[in-house]
Ligand binder design. Structure first.
Ligand code: 5GP
Ligand code: MG
Ligand code: MG
Length: 183
């Protein structure tokens, strides 16, 4: 890394302004759709925390938030999408309108596992909001109900998304310079 994190960025894919405008628009739509609901925003740590923090303040209905931590069972099993729940949700889901808030929908394997798991707990409804979507990478038949941006199959960082646990604090979404990966 250079003196300044931003010097590691090859190019900006989505600026702070573009993200902010989109998050506002998504929040407005979600607000309309969830009038008279028992909305609970569920976020899988850590990538989506920045998106959650922004979008929750654009959703003008009383909502709960809760977090999950999951880990893959290991590289061999990863492609099956079977994950271990490291930290589960704290409350029962009966009667709740669950909106899973995701940073990026890639293969969809992790999300489809989590969605089925939560659906089995008797919520009134369950939907997915993702800031980014990489549809070309999908391995399961899963679509988000709210999508911010469709992005090409490139590894992106920032606005919560990491490379090697870093760059989550970059305020926009970008592509890293190749030399960052090779050193
Ligand atoms: P999947 O949809 O394949 O189960 O996994 C999605 C997860 O993979 C995301 O939550 C994110 O952690 C990671 N991921 C997928 N694509 C990217 C990317 O372009 N950049 C970063 N930083 N993480 C990604
Ligand atoms: Mg995620
Ligand atoms: Mg990551």
């Amino acid at each position: 890394m250079k003196d300044n994190m931003r010097e590691d960025v090859l190019r900006v894919l989505l600026s702070e302004e573009e993200i902010h405008a989109k998050v506002k628009e998504m929040g407005k739509k979600i607000t309309e759709d969830y009038k008279n609901s028992n909305l609970m925003l569920v976020t899988v740590l850590k990538g989506a925390v920045v998106f959650l923090a922004d979008i929750m303040r654009e959703i003008d209905v009383p909502a709960e938030i809760d977090f999950m931590v999951v880990s893959s069972y290991g590289s061999g099993v990863k492609s099956s999408g079977v994950v271990k729940i490291v930290k589960d949700l704290d409350v029962p889901l009966e009667g709740k309108d669950i909106l899973i808030v995701e940073d990026i929908l890639d293969s969809g394997l992790t999300l489809s596992y989590i969605k089925e798991l939560l659906a089995s707990r008797g919520p009134r409804s369950i939907k997915v909001a993702t800031l980014l979507d990489k549809p070309s990478r999908r391995k399961v038949d899963l679509q988000a109900d709210y999508v911010g941006f469709s992005v090409p199959d490139e590894f992106v960082i920032g606005y919560g998304l990491d490379y090697d646990e870093k760059y989550r604090n970059l305020p926009y979404i970008g592509i890293l310079k190749p030399e960052v990966y090779s050193v």
